[in-house]
Write a protein that binds this ligand. Structure first.
Ligand code: MG
Length: 159
């Protein structure tokens, strides 16, 4: 069975606002995330991991922020499109593991909903999707809450 692994990383700066989108979930926060899209770093990192595993480049190549179609695009729309691209090349997701790095807001209460939503898009069991959250321990820009970042690793198998 041929398998491929991919990694993705994304970060967006915080800005004025009252919520953030993370892993497809709307979470109240005393700030927002600056982005051409909805700034969902978790789903963007996951898209890059999927594209990376399939050898299809990166999210910027497929969804240029200069294109109106992707302006303010929800992360779920990008993820759905990315999964379709990867599937067209003959790949199916096996599992995904995400790490969100944020001083605020609290992510924990939203993790189960994120897993469920991501599993549905990837067409895998929810137990095959893991979402972790950590702070940056007050260190550097992320530690000062100037942004939120996410890493994602995904495994694909040939269908
Ligand atoms: Mg992004």
């Amino acid at each position: 069975m041929t398998m491929r692994i991919g990694h993705g990383y994304d970060v967006h700066a915080t800005t004025q606002g009252d919520h953030v989108m993370l892993g497809g979930e709307r979470i109240d926060a005393p700030f927002g995330l600056r982005a051409h899209s909805d700034g969902d770093v978790a789903l963007h990192a996951l898209c890059d991991a999927l594209l990376g595993a399939a050898g299809l480049g990166d999210i910027g190549r497929h969804f240029p922020d200069t294109e109106p179609a992707w302006a303010n695009a929800p992360g779920q729309k990008l993820l759905r499109r990315t999964v379709a691209l990867v599937r067209d090349r003959g790949w199916a997701a096996v599992n995904a593991d995400l790490t969100i790095i944020a001083e605020r807001p609290r992510i924990g209460p939203h993790i189960d909903a994120m897993r469920e939503g991501i599993a549905a898009e990837l067409d895998v069991d929810r137990r095959a999707v893991n979402v972790k959250a950590t702070t940056h321990e007050g260190i550097g820009a992320l530690g000062r809450g100037e942004g939120i970042a996410a890493h994602a690793v995904v495994l694909l198998e040939a269908r």
